[in-house]
Design a protein. Structure first.
Length: 426
């Protein structure tokens, strides 16, 4: 068994928003294997291109030797595997474990006695030991905690955030034995300057991760419900939040769409586990229902305002600004914008999409609409500013207003601009 960090030969499995930052940080300390099943992704990375726009050429050059590969045989030289594949939900809001179980099967075929498998993907408590370990055992013909070992250190990557990068976000670590827990903790302390928190078990670490985003989801659900209530009372929600925020312990959350691969997904992993043991998590599910319905609410509110101004909704020209799940990020997975589009399509509106961050081919594939690369003035009956991209802020209210016809509605979902600039917002 491995006893020292110096003996670890790392392979990172999955090179998306989580895996690539790990590769680049660890590669500052040692040679490393970066594996992804996508040959296209590997070809890009070998050319110092990150299509997610999180890293540039210089970030790659500051690291030591990295073997970016899609060839499974290259994994045989490693003895410590960190799995960072996605853990989405299916159309029924149930955990889709296929990516993590497929990765476990692949690693099970290459691990040797003494090897360590560390998971970073968000899962429900018990998933690693109940679902992943049996697959590792089956395909390796090895015994857990005798021949091989596991760790769990949940990712805390915040895409688009240049301040809270991987090295300065405190990291939870854990291991399947006390000795492995210490080794895993020491490993991450090589790259995490903010330090680590060593959890007493893998299940505790899994639970801690899944409640982080569940808590945020519930707080956003609360302010979303308040925005609906205050709208009915003709009260400015942002003004209310600003006033309440003058108290030192008031939590600063804002209303808006909730999507992405974390906040819009992780609570369903917890509710799935809860229901599997006979408990219905009413508060968590209520929060999810509110946030999942915000896109439809936004579309219906826009239609209502258009009708107030005698703007014909049917055949109207509407621009959605922002397709990603959050600002200054290229990730469109599970974006809350989808529900807005679905609702507006029911009203036979002509829809244009614009997002300087999103990849055009991915948007076209997901929504069946090719996003605009350039916008024309005097074109739109309504605009929804759905994402708070800095590039939208830099455009300014005048440039955005000039895109509209004389009679129009501009719905600023993220309060990117002041009430004086756009008076219709959540």
């Amino acid at each position: 068994m491995i006893h020292k960090i110096e003996e670890l030969k790392l392979a990172i499995i999955g090179l998306g928003y989580v895996g690539l930052p790990l590769v680049l940080e660890f590669a500052k300390k040692k040679n490393i294997i970066g594996f992804d099943i996508s040959k296209k992704r590997i070809d890009e990375l070998n050319s110092y291109i990150d299509s997610n726009l999180e890293f540039d050429k210089e970030d790659f050059k500051s690291s030591k030797q990295i073997n970016f590969t899609y060839k499974k045989k290259d994994l045989k030289s490693a003895n410590c595997f960190i799995i960072t594949v996605p853990t989405p939900v299916d159309k029924f809001k149930k955990p889709d474990l296929n990516p993590i179980l497929t990765a476990s099967k692949m690693i099970g075929k290459v691990i040797k006695k003494g090897d360590i498998v560390i998971y970073e993907s968000t899962v429900y408590p018990g998933c690693v030991e109940e679902e992943c370990v049996p697959i590792l055992e089956k395909f390796s013909k090895l015994h857990f905690n005798k021949d091989f070992f596991c760790g769990y250190s949940p990712e805390r990557i915040n895409p688009g955030d240049k301040k809270h990068t991987i090295s300065n976000i405190k990291k939870i670590t854990s291991g399947s034995t006390n000795e492995i827990a210490v080794l895993v903790d020491n490993l991450y302390n090589e790259i995490i300057t903010a330090g680590t928190h060593k959890a007493p078990s893998i299940k505790v670490a899994e639970a801690a991760k899944v409640i982080e985003n569940t808590q945020r989801d519930l707080n956003i659900a609360l302010v979303n419900e308040l925005s609906i209530l205050f709208n009915k009372m003709d009260i400015d929600t942002q003004a209310v939040l600003k006033a309440a925020g003058s108290k030192w312990n008031f939590l600063n959350f804002k209303p808006g769409l909730v999507g992405g691969h974390c906040i819009g997904v992780d609570p369903y992993y917890l509710t799935y586990k809860a229901e599997s043991i006979g408990y219905k998590p009413n508060i968590i599910l209520a929060g999810r229902e509110i946030n999942d319905n915000m896109g439809s609410y936004v579309a219906l509110m826009l239609i209502k305002e258009m009708e107030k101004k005698n703007i014909k909704v049917n055949k109207s020209k509407i621009l959605i600004m922002g397709m990603t799940f959050k600002e200054n990020c290229a990730d469109i997975r599970n974006s809350g914008v989808k529900n807005i589009l679905d609702e507006l399509k029911k009203n036979d509106c002509y829809l244009d999409l614009y997002d300087p961050w999103a990849k055009s081919d991915e948007v076209k594939k997901l929504y069946g609409i090719t996003p605009k690369l350039k916008l024309s003035n005097n074109t739109y009956d309504a605009i929804i500013v759905a994402v708070a991209h800095k590039k939208f802020k830099d455009m300014g209210n005048v440039e955005i207003t000039n895109l509209c016809k004389k009679d129009h509605i501009i719905y600023d979902l993220k309060s990117l601009f002041s009430k004086d600039e756009f008076n219709f917002r959540l």
